[in-house]
Design a protein around this ligand. Structure first.
Ligand SMILES: C[S@@+](CC[C@H](N)C(=O)[O-])C[C@H]1O[C@@H](n2cnc3c(N)ncnc32)[C@H](O)[C@@H]1O
Length: 194
């Protein structure tokens, strides 16, 4: 559900310690009286030296829309991180989840304000919960949504709910600690249901 790739691209920039906008060639401040190009070049050199390489880093970004993935690829190229992100077109359930590491699974599903039909979305949120429970053991799961009723359909107990606003929409970033094996998760769900 990477859409235009914002989250994957930001993740790649943060992981490699790249300041946003490093790839830009033109800034408004360059056109101000008193602009000193040498100061700018020295600062750029310092920031470029701070970029790090993380061996084995994998950022996997998928979406079932081929148009979204084409746009995400273009955006990653513009941001200079296209070599770090593995893009592919598929349903979220077919996304590769690398084994054996403490990874992060982040999804930003549609939530019915602008995109998506609510009854179909209810089924999608339930599938997201099943996917995280069955395929993402050992990972941290994050779902960003602007529909708190849909969030309940995920059916897992959130460790944290972080409040955000997208314009006037009250959104949540839900955090899930997904245990290896589903025993503890199932117990928490049972307690919640009782
Ligand atoms: C709210 S948008 C994500 C926006 C994204 N954060 C961005 O930066 O553009 C939701 C995305 O989920 C994708 N999507 C919806 N259902 C999906 C599914 N079952 N499998 C994969 N992708 C899906 C849509 O194509 C859309 O791009």
């Amino acid at each position: 559900m990477c859409g235009s790739g914002t989250v994957a691209i930001e993740a790649a920039l943060i992981a490699t310690n790249q300041r946003p906008g490093l790839f830009r060639l033109n800034y408004a401040f360059m056109h101000l009286t008193g602009y000193d190009e040498q100061v700018y070049l020295d600062e750029m050199e310092t920031l470029n030296k701070q970029i790090i390489d993380i061996p084995g880093l994998r950022i996997i970004a998928t979406d079932y829309s081929d148009v979204a993935i084409a746009n995400a690829r273009k955006n990653a190229i513009a941001a200079g991180v296209s070599d770090i992100i593995e893009f592919s077109v598929c349903d979220f359930e077919a996304t590769e989840v690398p084994e054996g590491g403490k990874g992060v699974m982040f999804m930003n599903p549609e939530y019915g304000e602008r995109l998506g039909n609510i009854s179909e979305l209810e089924a999608t949120y339930t599938r997201i919960g099943d996917f995280m429970k069955k395929k993402c053991g050992g990972y941290w799961g994050y779902i960003f949504t602007g529909n708190l009723d849909l969030a309940k359909k995920i059916g897992l107990k959130a460790k944290r709910r972080i409040e955000f606003y997208t314009s006037i929409i009250d959104c949540r970033l839900m955090e899930y600690e997904l245990y290896e094996g589903s025993r503890r998760q199932v117990r928490e769900e049972e307690q919640q249901a009782s």
